[in-house]
Design a protein around this ligand. Sequence first.
Ligand code: NAD
Ligand code: UD1
Length: 347
Amino acid sequence: MARLLITGGAGFIGSHTCVVLLEAGHDLVVLDDFSNSSPVALERVQELAGRSLELVRGDLRDPVLLEQVFASADAAGAPIEAVIHFAGLKAVGESVAQPLRYWDVNVAGSRALLSTMDAHGCRTLVFSSSATLYGYPETVPIPETAPVQPINPYGHTKASVERMLADLAASAPDAWRIACLRYFNPVGAHPSGRIGEDPNGIPNNLFPFVSQVAIGRRQRLSVFGGDWPTPDGSGVRDYIHVMDLAEGHRAALDALLGDRPQLLTLNLGSGVGASVLEVVRAFEAASGRAVPYEVVDRRPGDAAITVADPSLAAERLGWRTQRSLADMCRDGWAWQSANPQGYQGAS
Ligand code: NAD
Ligand code: UD1
């Protein structure tokens, strides 16, 4: 079992991954500034796992704080052995409006982290990358060898961190163990309904929007385009249950720690596409609530279909998704119905 630093561990994917890692017996230090999350999530993570974790509240870009985290772990005789790096900004539209903020948090923040890791001889990292860096994919399902051609600042920051990591790995190939995990569309929640996705304001993404319509927080879903070249005309995506994704991180960490130094770049997706209208129907079935919708114009920047080729992750990690779209909707509804306002007001 290892002592791990989890940046952004209070967020949507981080919180679910913390549960899985605590249950696997790892000791966790979470670094989060709560700019897009709540401390309540971490209380519930500990309650679910039945174990505690150490919390450092602060900004990833603060080199003094990073130094303190690694130095105090060293001094306690329990050095940080690996880092799972979730902390970052992720809203595409916001990245177009505020590109420097995205370059600062996502790229400069990652650089600061890597420098401190290197200085302390911690050279094992799992990085949250994104399928967004494929832009408009030329082949579907998308293999990892597909061209990296981001179409927005958010995607460029993810591609740049991957580039930085490749350069670093090449500079000391016998030292670094790195996994860049390119997530497709993470959705759903822990089956307990105690932790889940808690977006600020109006959700940009389909799944939280649909669940807020089902609970009555929003009137109706706008379906962005009914004339895509897909079977029912709505956009198709590769939705992945957040617990499958969390288990993918555990598998990636095990692979890195148990093998020679290497750089792994892997898609984490199911390999199965679902359309917007299929998601609406599955959510209605899981929740027993109606999800009214209207078809409107396409959203700029959208692709018709993005689906992962997940075979490399299966081969290298022995990992594949286990949960269906119905499971994603059932667990997402368990979270939404028990926490209609997310973590706000919860204790
Ligand atoms: P999230 O916003 O829920 O979690 C990110 C966490 O990082 C939050 O707890 C936030 O408070 C923290 N954070 C942000 N800036 C920080 C800073 N400067 N210092 C310290 N903490 C900071 O997002 P998520 O959905 O859990 O995504 C996690 C990672 O996965 C991100 O890097 C994101 O880009 C990537 N990703 C997410 C998706 C998705 O659909 N959710 C898809 C692909 C990739
Ligand atoms: C979006 C981002 C992508 C990011 C991903 C996960 C864009 C263009 N892409 O991807 O970079 O990595 O989120 O955070 O923003 N839809 C509706 N109505 C809605 C919302 C979405 O019909 O209110 C449709 C979309 O057109 C798409 C599907 O639902 O066909 C999924 O959308 P979304 O959840 O936003 O994910 P992506 O578009 O895959």
